[in-house]
Design a protein around this ligand. Structure first.
Ligand SMILES: Nc1ncnc2c1ncn2[C@@H]1O[C@H](COP(=O)(O)OP(=O)(O)OP(=O)(O)O)[C@@H](O)[C@H]1O
Length: 298
């Protein structure tokens, strides 16, 4: 079953008076003749964790750019916390992919986190500086980065840098966290640490999470719903509803097999460079392809 909206199409659904953290109504994004998605309706509840999956070029990052106010929809409406998506909104926190920073960068971890503080909200002067210090300290503590926050960012490990990027995204107390493959190039321990921090925040602050990824397994236990985009088509539902051989075969228009292997989902036959295959401790592309039964051992 996919997501359906009660009520009139185009009228935002506000279930029991709760304003969705993110809301797309009749959303269409096209570049010239190329339609990335159309008729996309999605209301993300406060605290909900939505994984955004799909092959290269299906429009996952573009969806985040729309919500960041960096890209205009071709049609429809995008709202964040009840207001039209706009740039520099304090309602939105953004966690980019892990990229190592230049070792010579003269920026301390604490300075990076401070970039996330919305100055307009607090004016200037002493009051602002005291507030800013306090919220930056809180955010650094929340990700457990006290021990290295004063070091130059370029001297830190990838996992340490990523924790500070999370602190930066959280410091403005956003209603939604937009994550663009934030686990990429992290080892298994840091994948768990970083995804655990994101998961904790939604439980403590009801922050919604939109999490773009090629690899659902590290976050599978946290995912409430999946938005799966393929070549202009999409499905929305729980992982059990969407991550099936039947649904993915329909979406991709070819035979796709979803295998359950030791609590992991292994998707084969999509033709993507990266199937939803496990990186750490998982199967490599090609393995398991000839096994069409649900078994313990691939
Ligand atoms: N401003 C633009 N003008 C024209 N085409 C664009 C523009 N921005 C993005 N595209 C195209 O839209 C498609 C979707 O891009 P997007 O980055 O959203 O995909 P994605 O699902 O995030 O892919 P990946 O998994 O590779 O990161 C791509 O083919 C891209 O070339």
């Amino acid at each position: 079953m996919t997501d359906t909206h009660p009520g009139t199409p185009g009228i935002p659904s506000r279930t029991s008076g709760i304003v969705p953290a993110v809301e797309l109504s009749g959303a269409r994004l096209a570049f010239g003749d190329r339609v990335l998605w159309d008729g996309l309706d999605l209301a993300v509840r406060p605290g909900e964790f939505v994984a955004v999956l799909g092959p290269n070029g299906s429009g996952k990052t573009s969806l985040l750019k729309v919500l960041l106010g960096q890209l205009a929809l071709s049609d429809g409406v995008a709202r964040v916390a009840g207001a039209p998506a706009r740039a520099a909104s304090s309602h939105v926190g953004y966690i980019p992919q892990q990229k190592s920073m230049d070792a010579g960068l003269p920026l301390r971890g604490r300075d990076l986190v401070g970039l996330g503080v919305d100055g307009h909200k607090w004016g200037t002067g002493l009051r602002y500086r005291a507030h800013r210090r306090a919220v930056v300290d809180d955010a650094i503590a929340e990700v457990g980065a006290q021990a290295f926050a004063d070091a130059p960012i370029g001297s830190m490990s990838g996992g340490e840098q990523q924790r500070l990027r999370i602190a930066q995204a959280l410091v403005g107390d956003p209603r939604v966290l937009l994550c663009d493959e934030p686990l990429l190039s992290l080892d298994l321990a840091n994948q768990q640490l970083v995804s655990g921090l994101i998961d904790k925040r939604r439980h403590t602050h009801d922050t919604a999470v939109l999490f773009v990824t090629h690899e659902i397994n590290p976050i599978l236990p946290m995912v409430d719903r999946v938005l799966y985009l393929v070549d202009g088509q999409f499905r929305i539902g729980t992982p059990n509803e969407v991550m099936t051989s039947e649904v993915l075969s329909q979406l991709y228009g070819t035979d796709v097999e979803v295998l359950h292997v030791r609590g992991r989902l292994v998707v084969v036959g999509t033709g993507d460079a990266i199937d939803a295959l496990g990186s750490a401790g998982g199967l490599r592309p090609g393995e398991g392809v000839h096994h069409h039964h649900h078994g313990e051992h691939p």
